[in-house]
Design a protein around this ligand. Structure first.
Ligand code: BTN
Length: 337
């Protein structure tokens, strides 16, 4: 059993956000009150905050819905269910993307083209962001989702996929009533200038033939600000945006369905049917921006995307097409002056 695994029964009882006395918890779990107290002491390592009040017991500072595969399945369409070869929920893992890629390497993911294997975790100890950054991933508070899909038409056919995955997440969040969403090239989901979700695509296998596309998505649902202290960029979460808790299982189901649906459309028609939707959601359109690469910063004005999904950056030398990879875009201070 993992370290988190041994905490899970207690987390599960406390997930309702109500007070439970030490003796009640001890009775339910068949352990002593002091063992309960010791176990609760480990919650802070997971980023969970517990209130202990004499005479009342312990409570999490707000309720959490633990991820559950039956609840996720019940929110999926029949078509989506049929495309899932495997869905697993891990208590804790280094990174759901790294985990899925290890399974691929070890020959443990046997997928047909078009099928998905889905990997979720309550916590990531080394969550990966774009450009080698860490994705802070405390327990039970957010979504850490990886979907693997087999592609049999080579890596070129995947150009633009990261943009449509961003749109899929926006569609899912809008359907659930989240306001003010936008996308920043290539695929950051923002509200205002604050990051709500990010996507990390990794590709393995034969770049000209059969390859595996590993799509990782992190969505901030409700974070303890302390757990996010190490995050340098401005961030937000669904709780701040909607003022209420979000059923994470339902959110996962809707995101999975929308990702599957955009990828199906993308496979048939490429990016062309998504360009207008992407531009409509583009928070940087016509803004002064800085394109940051390793070692250089190029100023310009963001002019949307090309038909292949490249960023169109207007610079003093004219419009340049910028392809994805290790680059990122930030708003320039000129806009505010
Ligand atoms: C970004 O920097 O914007 C990309 C963040 C991607 C985070 C997700 S969480 C699930 C999956 N596993 C990882 O290690 N990273 C991605």
């Amino acid at each position: 059993m993992t370290a988190t695994g041994s905490l899970l029964p207690l987390i599960s009882i406390l997930s309702d956000g109500r007070f439970h006395s030490g003796s009640e918890l001890g009775k339910q779990l068949g352990i002593s009150r002091s063992a309960i107290w010791k176990t609760i002491g480990k919650f802070t390592d997971l980023g969970l905050e517990v209130h202990a009040v004499r005479g009342k017991g312990y409570k999490l500072n707000y309720p959490i819905t633990l991820l559950e595969s039956s609840a996720i399945h019940s929110g999926l369409s029949e078509a989506s269910k049929n495309l899932i070869a495997q869905l697993e929920i891990l208590d804790t893992i280094d990174s759901t993307n790294s985990h899925a890629m290890r399974l691929i390497q070890e020959g443990k993911l046997l997928l047909q083209p078009g099928q998905y294997s889905i990997h979720l975790a309550e916590q990531q100890s080394s969550g990966k962001g774009r450009r080698g950054r860490q994705w802070v991933s405390p327990f039970g508070q957010n979504i850490y989702l990886t979907m693997v899909r087999l592609i049999d038409t080579g890596v070129v056919a995947t150009e633009g996929i990261s943009l449509v995955v961003g749109l899929a997440i926006i569609r899912a969040l809008r359907e659930l009533g989240v306001p003010g969403l936008g996308v920043k090239w290539p695929n950051d989901i923002l509200v205002g200038q604050k990051k709500l979700a990010g996507i990390l695509l990794e590709i393995s296998g034969d770049i000209s033939g059969i390859c595996q596309l590993t799509i990782g998505a992190g969505i901030n649902v409700r974070n303890q600000p302390e757990a996010m202290e190490q995050v340098s960029q401005p961030w937000t979460d669904l709780y701040q945006l909607t003022g209420k808790g979000m059923n994470r299982n339902l959110l996962v189901s809707r995101v999975i369905c929308h990702i599957m649906s955009v990828l199906e459309e993308f496979e048939c028609n490429g990016l062309k049917n998504f360009i207008v939707e992407w531009q409509d959601n583009d928070v940087m359109k016509d803004q002064h921006v800085e394109l940051v690469t390793t070692g250089s910063t190029v100023p310009g004005i963001a002019r949307g995307i090309s038909e292949t999904g490249a960023l169109l950056l207007e610079t003093s030398q004219g419009i340049q097409m910028v392809n994805g990879g290790e680059v990122s875009l930030r708003k320039s201070a000129i806009n505010d002056s």
